[in-house]
Design a protein around this ligand. Structure first.
Ligand code: URA
Length: 271
């Protein structure tokens, strides 16, 4: 495994906290700013550091719509998940393919007729290397959680984008929008009973909501396809990468899984 650069590590940590809904930092002790203002701080030598490139340059609206239209056309032609994986691999409309991915597209693993689709954020380095989603440390924790909930054999696991974002940054809305037709087609082919949305970047993109994951998690929402033809109940939960750093939050993720399995095994009401 390669060691991430300090910049990438800091970006990833900040993205992770933002994802968790953190929007401010507090010191342990209060600071008297009035008093502090009277004492001139020592002048540190000014060192200019070029800002890291965090985002793919924004695409113009016609470029974005063209890429989405092409993704829709390619996705519509896929009559099963294998064909869909091939369509994704052949698609050049998402910049991540050329900027982030070192090796390949990463689509899905699990049962093609799964009653639960687990949708994460996007592939990382290990996923890029193996061509499968959630196979790194976070993925191994996800697998243990699904096994503990007794649903390992009842899931299909995928992501909102199908190529690794550079430095593991959060995918942009444009990147998620371009990949969405493929994800929608996957949902249409699998016909899951429920969606488990893993992490803030997945929950926000799928549900078109602005709240942080700590507020969205554990509540049921209705996911709707772009054309409104498909609706699936969706439950946001905490990302396993977050749980690796905040083990105390595992309890909340476990409650979410219980919420999921209770609905999964609830007998359908006859009308
Ligand atoms: N994190 C994700 O959101 N997806 C993966 O596939 C791996 C890590």
């Amino acid at each position: 495994m390669t060691t991430p650069s300090p910049t990438a590590a800091v970006e990833s940590l900040l993205a992770f906290w933002a994802d968790a809904g953190v929007d401010g930092l507090l010191l342990d002790e209060p600071v008297d700013r009035i008093e502090a203002g009277r004492i001139a701080p020592p002048q540190a030598p000014v060192r200019k550091v070029a800002p890291p490139v965090l985002q793919t340059p924004a695409r113009s609206q016609p470029e974005l719509s063209g890429a989405v239209a092409e993704a829709q056309a390619r996705a519509a032609e896929a009559s099963d998940l294998e064909a869909l994986a091939a369509a994704i691999a052949a698609f050049d409309g998402c910049a991540l393919k050329f900027e982030g991915a070192a090796r390949q597209s990463v689509f899905a693993r699990g049962r093609p007729d799964a009653p639960v689709m687990v949708i994460g954020e996007g592939p990382g380095a290990e996923e890029d290397a193996k061509g499968l989603p959630f196979v790194g440390r976070a993925g191994q924790l996800l697998d243990r959680m699904l096994a503990a909930a007794g649903i390992s054999e009842r899931v299909l696991i995928t992501n909102t984008v199908f190529w690794r974002p550079p430095g593991n940054r959060t995918p942009t809305t444009a990147e998620q929008t371009i990949c969405a037709p493929f994800l929608e087609r996957a949902i249409a082919l699998v016909q899951p009973k429920l969606l488990l949305l893993v992490g803030g970047a997945s929950a926000k993109a799928m549900l078109k909501r602005e709240e942080g994951i700590l507020s969205l998690r554990g509540r049921w929402f209705e996911w709707r396809s772009g054309d409104g033809g498909l609706e699936v109940p969706a439950l946001p939960t905490l990302h396993p990468a977050f749980l690796l750093r905040q083990p105390a939050a595992k309890k909340r993720a476990w409650l979410d899984l219980l919420t999921l399995t209770e609905r999964l095994d609830r007998p359908e009401r006859r009308s």
